[in-house]
Design a protein around this ligand. Sequence first.
Ligand SMILES: NC(=O)c1ccc[n+]([C@@H]2O[C@H](COP(=O)([O-])OP(=O)(O)OC[C@H]3O[C@@H](n4cnc5c(N)ncnc54)[C@H](O)[C@@H]3O)[C@@H](O)[C@H]2O)c1
Length: 416
Amino acid sequence: MKVGIIGLGYVGLPLAVAFGEAGADVVGLDVDHRVVDGIARGESSVEDVPSERLAPLVGERIEVTTDHARLADCDAVIICVPTPLAHRREPDLAYVESAGRSLAAVLRKGQLVVLESTTYPGTTRDRLLPILEESGLRAGDDFHLAFSPERIDPGRTDHTIRTTPKLVGGLTAACVDRAVELYSAICDEVIPLTSPEAAELAKLVENIFRSVNIAMVNELAMLADRMGIDIWEVIDAAATKPFGFMRFEPGPGMGGHCLPIDPFYLAFKAREYDFPTEFIELAGKINQHQPHFCVDKVVRALNNVGKPARDSRVLLLGVAYKAGVGDLRESPALRIAELLRELGADVAYHDPHVADVPQLGLRSAELGEELAACDVACVVTAHPEVDYERVVAEAPLVVDFRGVTRGIEAQNLVRL
Ligand SMILES: NC(=O)c1ccc[n+]([C@@H]2O[C@H](COP(=O)([O-])OP(=O)(O)OC[C@H]3O[C@@H](n4cnc5c(N)ncnc54)[C@H](O)[C@@H]3O)[C@@H](O)[C@H]2O)c1
């Protein structure tokens, strides 16, 4: 089996490695020369794929290229390109369309095409299919077409591509059968759905579920703050119920490539149906407000020790959007830093996964020196490498947005 993969980022590269390790020949294609050159040298830019795993496959099982003609002799081609939001928070399908056009130019009879990029229901059928049919080939007859959402969670090791059930929705029954056969090579369980639209919506439901629940606990954290109740104790207590409760934690806001973006793909599509998706909008509003609430909490903590935010040195512990990874995309830490700077604070950060943040013009500071020098240290990302007992012992004031200091009692400690 020969599998083409278009887009070698957080989704495409792990997929290429999974197929390569399963014994397939892989043609990995990216439009970015730096990405292709790096992989060709056996260097991975995706934390979940160590270079030691990638390097032995490159040249053996995985060929990397910027030339679409190399896709012509693949049995299946999987599209994993970005689906960001454009201005006014509307879907930007330019990458999917461009990948589709390049593929149409080399598409041949008998190939299977699968879209994995997260998007609204109807994209595969209404946007990708007509572009692919510009080849002169008919979808469902000459080539097969399906959608299969990527469910990867960067940094997670307890669930892998192999152990996470894979959803596939095809244009026809034969399209589904082909897609099931393809993914059975790398996934223990492949679940066929009756349409690409069902598979597209299933992915969005998963992300909206998380976004809404995170917003709910964030709102309750703001209320608990006002009531003087420890939200972490409350969540720990509620989570002892063995049924009917699923734990979500408050934090500094939502980051990453998925949750702040994907739900708005559905909100956009819903407008065509005269349907306001109020849960999505409300969750977005609350989660976007969370960095403001966190900065307010820092300002109050400083005030209580007689310091203004202006000219205070604020050390952000963690700038990545979540623990254990170095991904800065949509990270609430960036917004928190901006808001603090607007107040005149002097912002520094320490993050074992992020050496520098060009947007802020900062480099990761040495923890020891900064703990002593800062006026307040704020736990923004719960990276497991940081010793939080030491942070509380050495910093004059600590504000914890992640609950990592639970169990520590200290006068200089404030939790969300
Ligand atoms: N990152 C995640 O955790 C995650 C999880 C699930 C789903 N997704 C979805 O998967 C899709 C890809 O996300 P990602 O995080 O891998 O993005 P990414 O930015 O890490 O990688 C995308 C790659 O596609 C390349 N590319 C762009 N246009 C191209 C084209 N026309 N032809 C070839 N290559 C092209 C880019 O150069 C880049 O290397 C998105 O729709 C995203 O929503 C991401």
